[in-house]
Ligand binder design. Structure first.
Ligand code: MG
Length: 414
């Protein structure tokens, strides 16, 4: 591997950063210029801003897979984000990447998630699609029909939270985070939305989706750490909930290899300790696999700056074998946990909460009170759809349930 380089702004770059890492002294900057912080790098500052944001505190009451009130020990969006940050930082240190940037992106990556996990997101997406005027539905970007309102993308909403919706500073909306953190938060983006972003911020965070470029290695890493985290914790939560059994998990190669390894060393292990030990070993093996496979890919690509990384294909990756085994685990979780009849039944009710709220607010905007921001370049009906979307997307599970009861008089969850 190439040697670490000194940062152009001495003292604020973490030690051990490789040339291909994101160097805070070479940041592409913030949307609104601010003087540097005396003791923190730009990415440390981003991380701190995320932690102090309102949207971050809401994550504690937002569903990952299991609804918040179903049990105290299931993952929430908050604990999920912390686990992504932990895995990401750990891999970043081994690869000589910027841990502060990885932490900032990891903690912010789900800020735009709706209540009720994917059920809430799917419902909000459907509501927007059903109420979209024809031009927006056809994904043609016109000044007054934003492609944002043709459907819901939680990554784009996360960007909207950090760029627009947080109200913390005297002279600008949002958290005014650095380009690199915003780039990492916008993991995916449709072409229509990327064009819309590009019109507003030429060469900004939408550009790579149009140019077919990659994000920084730190952003690539957060993407993979997200997947590693949820695969592992969804096994744990699945078994804890009783919807999955350890015996069922024996059919999944990736998990079973480590279950057998754990039993070979500790033949007396049973139950939860066997589950934890298998997951722990599986996580470690995935982390070591990503480090080795990414080191090989980075070396092979010969990249020596963050800009060369952006022009290259994705370099933070699993080995082929691990990618296949991880994909098998994902398919297993999809078929046996996310589509489990009991999960489906609760998520169906969660969908109704979101649909009912969306329709009620559209029919009677007074119900919104002062909630939701506005965009000046939108027609009034679209401005209302945006306000409703922002308001619902920002809700915690329990706030959404209280609001649903207030608005409809119905209680869908005991
Ligand atoms: Mg996530």
């Amino acid at each position: 591997m190439p040697a670490a380089v000194a940062d152009p702004v001495p003292g604020l770059a973490p030690p051990g950063l490789q040339r291909y890492a994101s160097h805070p002294g070479q940041s592409r900057g913030r949307r609104y210029a601010e003087p540097p912080a005396p003791t923190r790098s730009e990415f440390q500052r981003d991380r701190d801003r995320v932690i102090h944001s309102t949207a971050f505190r809401r994550l504690v009451y937002k569903t990952q897979v299991f609804l918040n009130h179903e049990g105290d020990l299931f993952r929430t969006r908050l604990t999920h984000s912390l686990e992504v940050a932990q895995l990401g930082r750990s891999i970043a240190r081994s690869l000589g990447l910027n841990e502060d940037l990885v932490e900032a992106v990891s903690l912010a990556h789900d800020l735009g998630h709706t209540p009720f996990g994917h059920a809430g997101q799917d419902a909000l997406n459907a509501c927007l699609k059903e109420t979209a005027p024809p031009a927006a539905a056809a994904e043609t970007a016109r000044p007054c029909s934003s492609p944002r309102l043709a459907g819901f993308e939680h990554n784009l909403q996360s960007l909207r939270v950090i760029d627009e919706l947080e109200e913390r500073y005297p002279s600008f909306n949002g958290l005014n985070l650095s380009f690199e953190t915003r780039e990492g938060v916008l993991k995916h983006c449709s072409r229509a939305n990327a064009q819309w972003l590009e019109e507003r911020e030429p060469g900004g965070v939408g550009y790579r989706f149009l140019a077919g470029q990659s994000p920084s290695l730190e952003a690539q890493l957060c993407n993979l750490a997200d997947e590693i985290a949820y695969n592992a914790h969804d096994i744990d939560d699945g078994v804890r909930s009783g919807l999955l059994t350890l015996e069922q998990m024996e059919g999944v190669d990736l998990f079973d290899a480590f279950r057998r390894e754990a039993l070979a060393e500790h033949p007396e292990l049973r139950g939860r300790r066997l589950l934890f030990e298998s997951i722990r070993r599986m996580l470690s093996a995935q982390v070591y696999d990503v480090i080795a496979a990414s080191q090989r890919a980075i070396h092979h690509a010969g990249v020596s700056s963050a800009d060369e990384v952006r022009a290259s294909h994705v370099l933070v990756r699993f080995s082929d074998g691990m990618r296949q085994r991880s994909a098998e685990l994902k398919r297993f979780l999809m078929a046996n946990l996310y589509r489990h009849a009991q999960v489906q039944e609760t998520t169906e009710r969660a969908r109704r909460v979101v649909r009912d709220l969306f329709q009620a607010y559209l029919a009677d905007p007074a119900l919104l009170g002062k909630a939701g921001g506005s965009d000046e370049d939108l027609q009034p009906d679209e401005a209302l759809r945006l306000r409703v979307t922002d308001h619902i997307a920002g809700m915690t599970d329990r706030y959404a349930l209280r609001e649903h009861e207030r608005v409809t008089g119905e209680r869908l969850f005991a």
